[in-house]
Write a protein that binds this ligand. Structure first.
Ligand SMILES: [Zn+2]
Length: 392
């Protein structure tokens, strides 16, 4: 367990200070050879902190660098993530593990399931992963849970821990059983992401994915994505009854999560338009969209209000969160493009920012309407559906 540290204000613990210096040195290195030198020393410190469950020092160093040296911050974040998702296997590190995630974007007018994956379905997922995504000689271990975002490992230590447990199971030719009762609560959204998580074990330098093999390449990667979307998506479908789903290409854990976060934003617009069309018969050409930035200290997210053209009522809304390192200025154009792809041509982009406001009663975000006010979305009353949203 991490020892409690008594720190003077603004003073970093020695471990965090060491991370900071090594990350800065790595960021300033001028050659691959020097990179390797600093990387190896940085990795040793990170591995030691992970083994003492010390997320605190890792986060303190990242927090400090995010304010003082963004290049070194990126380098440190990359190295920490890489140590969590790729662990040496065997006493001499004869093999390496790579934690992978297979995200699926889904939406449902009811609720999107998460939780235990029955053995036969997990076995089908394994067959599809091996057939279309993974290199032929790797060892694969899967966790028997369809994770919601709140159930994924939340810190670096948890992530490395899940990796280690998956490796242990995979080496014993078992999938990892996880007690879903120990995982976080799943919050219900109209559209959301679910993840299958596993570990791939191979000798260092050997191919991990299908497209790294001798006949591989970029075209093979595209083909793998397409086949996984069809065949892998098919193996996941029984887990998501009454949902529409889209299986994304499985990748290393952190990249997969970031890719899913990025792709889930236009997906949630598509889901909303499909939802309004199928449940309250409001088609895309009957909708106007109002887009505005909402902020706390800086711009945190854009919110999109869907307004029924005939009644002028705000019938639905979607949040488009900004991701790390994204340029706020490019976001409205990305949102507009996603709306137009869904057939919404009447789009109003509001330039000024709104405070991050939520409904006092149900906590749902308030969305911009055509009068440039942030209001509560209300679906038309003559519908008989059960929706995941609280309506009042
Ligand atoms: Zn409310």
């Amino acid at each position: 367990m991490a020892r409690p540290r008594i720190l003077r204000k603004n003073r970093l613990a020695p471990d965090a200070e060491e991370l900071l210096l090594l990350a800065r040195s790595l960021a300033m290195s001028s050659s691959r050879l020097e990179d390797a030198f600093w990387e190896s020393r940085l990795s040793e410190v990170i591995d030691r902190l992970l083994s003492c469950n010390d997320d605190e020092s890792l986060n303190a160093a990242l927090d400090n660098l995010s304010k003082t040296d963004s290049r070194a911050c990126d380098v440190l974040a990359d190295t920490i993530e890489s140590r969590c998702e790729s662990r040496p296997v065997g006493t001499k590190g004869e093999q390496s593990s790579l934690l992978i995630a297979a995200p699926v974007l889904a939406w449902s007018r009811y609720s999107i399931p998460a939780g235990q994956i029955p053995a036969d379905i997990l076995s089908n997922i394994r067959v599809q992963l091996s057939a279309h995504v993974l290199a032929s000689d790797v060892l694969l271990g899967l966790a028997d849970v369809l994770f919601s975002p709140d159930q994924l490992p939340q810190g670096f230590v948890d992530c490395a821990g899940l990796n280690d447990k998956l490796v242990k199971s995979a080496l014993a030719s078992r999938d990892l059983h996880i007690d879903v009762g120990q995982l976080g609560q799943t919050i219900n959204f109209l559209s959301d992401t679910r993840y299958v998580v596993g570990v791939v074990i191979a000798k260092p330098g050997a191919p991990l994915f299908r497209w790294q093999e001798a006949d591989g390449g970029i075209a093979m990667r595209d083909q793998a994505a397409l086949r996984w979307r069809e065949q892998g998506g098919g193996s996941l479908r029984p887990l998501l009854p009454a949902c529409a789903g889209e299986a994304l290409l499985p990748m290393a854990f952190y990249s997969a999560c970031r890719d899913a976060d990025r792709q889930s934003r236009p997906y949630s617009i598509r889901a909303s338009v499909a939802f309004l069309g199928t449940t309250v018969n409001i088609e895309a050409n009957q909708l106007s969209a109002v887009v505005a930035p909402f902020q706390d200290n800086r711009i945190d997210e854009y919110r999109i209000g869907f307004v029924h053209k005939t009644t002028g009522d705000l019938v639905h809304g979607v949040v488009w969160p900004l991701l790390d390192t994204e340029d706020d200025n490019e976001t409205p154009a990305m949102v507009e493009a996603a709306l137009r792809e869904c057939g919404i041509g009447d789009i109003k982009v509001i330039g000024h920012t709104f405070p991050l406001e939520y409904c006092d009663d149900c906590g749902t975000p308030l969305y911009p309407n055509c009068d440039e006010e942030a209001v509560h979305a209300e679906l038309p009353e003559n519908n008989d559906m059960q929706t995941p949203q609280h309506l009042h």
